[in-house]
Ligand binder design. Structure first.
Ligand SMILES: [Ca+2]
Length: 707
């Protein structure tokens, strides 16, 4: 079972009443709530599926009966004291309207007003342990906090102030699924077995040890209270992770992977369209050929995410942004018909064959579903204008790429009308289209585009339509902060999302722009943030310049323009070594790490569309060596449950290296990564047993050892 079938463990501040909206976790609105029992807290229902909860001490629990969509569900809920701290920000300069904006509030420039006091403008924010970037917005101007010496590049030529909220990361020792050891003698524990609190006959405490009996589900969540009031948790343990948890995802462009059928190649042949922005001939047959060659097996792939296969528009279209270059729809993100496959990619039979052949090999297929817009040449746009948002705003401006101002109605381009999700017919039309591919072709999941531009209500309807015999996996793309990304991860919406915050740090750490010690902190933060969902770490994708070209220092200025004026060439040897370290990190992480096609051979490229060059299966010696390393890592991950499912437990890190343990019950692997040129020897201790650890990590390399 997957942890998402349960309500999360809620983190609350004691003695402060907090409102919880339970409707967020159910696909239908919650009609009413019956409180059956509570322990250590006060709880009362308010209107529309909301409850008010006030935690008396550090931990509390409740059993409730929820009525939603004509059904009723008994759920046990666990509440644990939040580890957040109140932080006071002070701006001592002058100004009229001062706001605080940072990574903790999605950089919203008018959400957090600072109050004028005698000591300056003040704002108090409660933050959980972590690293935050922020600025003051003084009468519309973004200003660095000059009193704070810690800062970082803001990516716009200025600097953000950086705040680190300290707080220890604690781990309990999961000795076996039935035996857990805390760092302090226990007085009380709360154990959730799925969504039921384990009753006292089914567990026992002995000093620091907790023993469980009669576990019924595969997901155990624990919080413990010590004899002196210490609290630890909540911790989640997945006893039998269900695929694709612990797998590896591979993302490829159908048009750019392998041409298996030379007869279906189409070229737009517009003199203003360079080759790199035209169709290149790849197709579904090509993917099947490589699948049957064992290519994906050799990389340890268990999920194949293929770019959209929908009918693409004829002709080429001009970008709304300068210098207004022309592109074709080779990428599939400009769908003309959500029920038809583009003939240059193949047909329905090809897609069915691909899915069947993948399933024989234990590989799931995720379809890239474009739901925000269609191409203007589509029949649905021609016939149902009322299903789309108008391109002109009431003030006469064109509503194009106004992502912050009009996130749900804005158009991505003049020729890409956005659906109006407030119209029920639209919601039904789009969720039916998604359902069609599950029923007709048997696909296992979706990669969902532009998640934050589609309202939550739609994702809930889609989840409801997907409820059936098999779980349909839904992974979303939201470029935002961890807090924001997590808003969509819920039993009623998406299973997981791509980890963009880690993506930036991973690239910077590999490139030497930030420390490996910082990378390790951020990995832990992501692990915490994605505790209730499917974590998808990655280091490269189709919207940014290729990682190897970034590592090689080839991406300066406008990445997209470089694609046309100066596409990067063959990288230096060192960059391949850094890619190898990146892969070693990805193959060691839990969740479902994602590989972007071509990275396994170090395919170079600037921004879109140069980051989507045709895949090559003939390699030079550097490429061959990198590919060999990736295959070796796939073998290591296949053999090790600690690598696939284990928690990351930090051990030691510096500017050039990091060492962490991957731990899955009694299985432990120590993983070390060294970006520096010289070999290093790292000495430390096993945080659980105190046993000495010595790891020699080769220069520009990695080491993984079972202990
Ligand atoms: Ca072809």
């Amino acid at each position: 079972m997957h942890s998402l079938y349960f309500l999360p463990v809620f983190l609350l501040i004691p003695h402060k009443p907090e409102k919880i909206n339970l409707s967020k976790y159910f696909t239908s609105p919650v009609d009413s709530i019956q409180i059956l029992s509570t322990d250590g807290l006060d709880m009362y229902p308010i209107i529309e599926g909301k409850i008010m909860v006030q935690l008396k001490g550090n931990v509390g629990s409740a059993r409730i009966n929820v009525f939603s969509g004509g059904y009723s569900f008994v759920k046990d809920m666990l509440f644990v004291r939040s580890k957040s701290r109140k932080i006071k920000f002070i701006y001592r300069g002058s100004g009229r309207n001062v706001y605080l904006a940072g990574s903790f509030n999605g950089w919203n420039s008018n959400a957090l007003p600072m109050m004028k006091t005698d000591s300056g403008f003040v704002a108090e924010v409660r933050l959980i342990p972590g690293r935050y970037a922020y600025k003051f917005v003084v009468d519309g101007k973004w200003i660095q906090d000059k009193k704070n010496p810690l800062s970082e590049d803001d990516g716009y030529g200025g600097r953000n102030s950086v705040l680190i909220v300290k707080g220890g990361h604690e781990f309990i020792d999961d000795i076996s699924p039935f035996h857990y050891r805390f760092s302090f003698p226990l007085s009380k524990v709360y154990v959730l077995d799925g969504d039921r609190l384990l009753d006292e006959e089914n567990y026992s405490i002995k000093g620091r040890d907790l023993f469980l009996r009669n576990i019924k589900t595969d997901v155990i969540r624990i919080a413990g209270i010590g004899k002196r009031g210490e609290i630890s948790g909540p911790f989640t343990f997945n006893i039998k992770p269900e695929p694709p948890i612990g797998g590896m995802m591979y993302f490829l462009f159908v048009d750019r992977f392998f041409d298996g059928d030379g007869r279906n190649v189409r070229k737009i042949k517009d003199p203003e369209v360079p080759d790199i922005a035209d169709f290149m001939g790849g197709d579904l047959k090509g993917i099947i050929l490589k699948l049957n060659d064992g290519y994906f097996d050799s990389l340890g792939i268990s999920v194949l995410w293929i770019s959209p296969v929908f009918l693409c528009p004829e002709g080429a279209y001009r970008d709304a942004l300068p210098p207004h270059r022309k592109f074709t729809g080779y990428h599939g993100y400009w769908p003309v018909d959500l029920y038809r496959i583009d003939p240059s990619f193949g047909d329905m039979e090809d897609l069915k064959e691909l899915v069947q052949e993948c399933h024989k090999r234990g590989i799931k297929v995720f379809l890239d579903m474009v739901l925000n817009h269609v191409h203007e040449s589509s029949r649905v746009y021609r016939e149902r204008r009322d299903w789309f948002t108008p391109i002109y705003l009431p003030d006469g401006r064109k509503n194009i790429r106004l992502f912050d101002e009009h996130p749900f109605t804005t158009w991505f381009d003049e020729f890409l009308p956005s659906f109006d999700f407030s119209n029920d017919s639209v919601v039904d039309y789009l969720s039916s289209a998604a359902e069609f591919w599950v029923k007709e072709v048997g696909i296992d999941g979706f990669r969902l585009d532009a998640v934050k531009h589609i309202p939550h209500e739609f994702w809930k309807v889609l989840r409801r339509r997907m409820e059936g015999e098999k779980h349909v996996w839904m992974i979303g793309e939201t470029i935002s902060s961890r807090e924001k990304i997590n808003e969509w991860i819920s039993p009623s919406e998406l299973d997981g999302q791509f980890d963009f915050p880690l993506f930036w740090v991973l690239r910077d750490a590999l490139a030497g722009r930030t420390g490996m010690d910082r990378l390790m902190q951020e990995i832990i933060r992501s692990q915490d943030a994605f505790a209730d969902g499917l974590w998808v770490p990655f280091m490269d994708n189709h919207d940014f310049g290729r990682l190897i070209s970034f590592l090689n220092g080839d991406l300066h200025g406008n990445e997209k323009e470089l694609a046309f004026v100066s596409p990067p060439g063959k990288p230096e040897k060192k960059s391949y070594h850094l890619m190898k370290i990146g892969f070693a990190i990805l193959y060691s992480l839990p969740g479902l790490p994602m590989i972007y096609y071509g990275d396994e051979i170090g395919l170079p490229g600037a921004g879109d569309p140069d980051n989507r060059r045709m895949m090559r299966f003939k390699h030079d010696s550097d490429e061959e060596l990198l590919l060999k390393e990736v295959k070796k890592l796939a073998g290591l991950r296949r053999k090790s449950r600690a690598l696939r499912f284990g928690r990351v437990v930090p051990i030691k890190a510096g500017n050039e290296y990091m060492v962490y343990m991957k731990k899955y019950f009694s299985e432990k692997v120590v993983c070390g990564f060294n970006r520096g040129e010289k070999d290093i020897v790292v000495r430390s201790k096993d945080p659980f047993t105190g046993k000495h650890i010595k790891l020699t990590i080769p220069g520009e390399g990695y080491r993984m050892e079972e202990i």
